[in-house]
Design a binder for this molecule. Structure first.
Ligand code: GLN
Length: 198
């Protein structure tokens, strides 16, 4: 297969880092801000940022329903941090009514927003990641954690006992930010998921 075309949702958040990481992992990466751009990619990364702001902008840019439709249709997707929150089927502490983060329902899981943030805003640590050899350095910034996973969801990593990385079929989510370290193993895993190698 040729290099897969992977979009990065570019409404808000750390878009550039994901574009660079995806290219290093062998994908053809581009930004997604319009419906036509969403239709033209094989897969999508939803970056870190602020899930409430991103939800608002998804509506503003008329991307919410097209994105829900593509996810329901099985488009592979990877969400980091705010992206993980949006990919959930249920969000706890989603934010003020009317401005709350919206659950896109791509992964059968309940995510608590800013879960670690109530203890400490940001931290870094080493973790083990299912299917990837060797420790992984993980950066958490006002990160969520996963409080419930459905039967189809595979838990890939934990931090302090809390679930922080999951996969369900061709969707992947991490509470941390692999795009911020030089380690490309998570992005390579996603590229392999998109091409059907993983
Ligand atoms: N706390 C943010 C949110 O609720 C996520 C933080 C991040 O993406 N680094 O969306």
């Amino acid at each position: 297969m040729n290099a897969p075309r992977i979009g990065v949702l570019a409404l808000q958040g750390d878009t550039r880092e994901h574009l660079a990481a995806l290219r290093e992992a062998g994908a053809e990466a581009s930004t997604v801000r319009r419906r036509g751009e969403l239709e033209s990619v094989d897969a999508l990364v939803i970056p870190g940022g602020e899930s409430t702001a991103m939800s608002h902008l998804l509506r503003e840019f008329e991307l919410l329903e097209p994105l829900r439709a593509r996810l329901a249709d099985g488009m592979p997707a990877y969400g980091s941090c705010a992206g993980m929150i949006l990919m959930a089927s249920e969000i706890l502490d989603a934010g003020a009514p009317g401005r709350a983060a919206l659950a896109l329902g791509a992964i059968d899981m309940t995510v608590r927003r800013n879960a670690f943030g109530r203890q400490v805003d940001s931290f870094e640590g080493e973790l083990e990641f299912g299917g990837i050899t060797g420790p992984m350095h993980a950066v958490f910034i006002r990160a969520p954690w996963v409080e419930r996973v459905g039967p189809q969801v595979e838990v890939l990593a934990r931090a302090d006992g809390h679930v922080v990385a999951v996969r369900q079929g061709r969707t992947l989510a991490t509470a941390f930010h692999p795009e911020m370290t030089g380690d490309r193993r998570v992005h390579r895993l996603f590229v392999d998921i998109v091409t059907g190698r993983a």
